[in-house]
Design a protein. Structure first.
Length: 195
């Protein structure tokens, strides 16, 4: 079940989710299956957490230009006994100044379950979002599922990533009209042009 909360009415920009920037599958004894599916094969060590899952903020790009701001989140999971297939879902949550809690953002490609091919032993999924607001804080909420051969969930897990902080953009300089006098500081005498 996906929980989404509408953005505040004053905030009309949309986050863009780069669908499946990369989805790497590590197969043990199933390299031919991955070649047929077009997925990349890499030898990655298993996650270090005891539960076999990790959620990471891979990259946080800040910029004064909104379209150039981005955050990249990854999740990684390892097969467990009895699991025929694994699935992962990455949601992105946002917290704006003055808000006490994070809320889910809605954008194409977010909040969708992504399935590993059968026989995959280590599944890694990467998701990038762009066009982020500032100032704001973003994090990934990663959910993991292991399914048996009949399609029933036999294990679930959830993890939060580190936060991607987008600082306030610097104030733009005030444009001046050519030929117009410069503003005079308080208490100063305006200069008079000389002939």
């Amino acid at each position: 079940m996906k929980l989404t909360f509408p953005s505040p009415p004053t905030r009309r920009h949309a986050l863009r989710a780069v669908a499946s920037v990369a989805c790497a599958l590590v197969l043990v004894g199933a390299a031919s299956a991955s070649a047929q599916s077009g997925e990349s094969v890499a030898q990655t060590p298993p996650p270090s957490t005891p539960s076999g899952v990790t959620a990471t903020l891979e990259q946080c790009v800040t910029s004064p230009v909104q379209a150039e701001r981005s955050a990249t989140f990854t999740g990684e999971m390892t097969a467990v006994a009895g699991a025929a297939r694994m699935a992962m879902r990455i949601d992105v949550e946002e917290r704006l100044p003055g808000e006490t809690e994070f809320h889910a953002v809605s954008a194409p490609g977010l909040g969708v379950w992504r399935w590993a091919d059968p026989k995959v032993k280590i599944y890694k999924y990467l998701k990038q979002v762009t066009n982020l607001s500032s100032p704001a804080s973003y994090r990934g909420f990663v959910r993991f599922r292991w399914m048996n051969a009949k399609g029933h969930v036999i294990k679930r897990a959830e993890r939060l990533t580190a936060r991607c902080l987008q600082p306030a953009s610097p104030a733009a300089p005030t444009p001046t009209t050519p030929g117009a006098p410069s503003p005079t500081p308080a208490g100063a005498t305006p200069a008079t042009p000389s002939a």
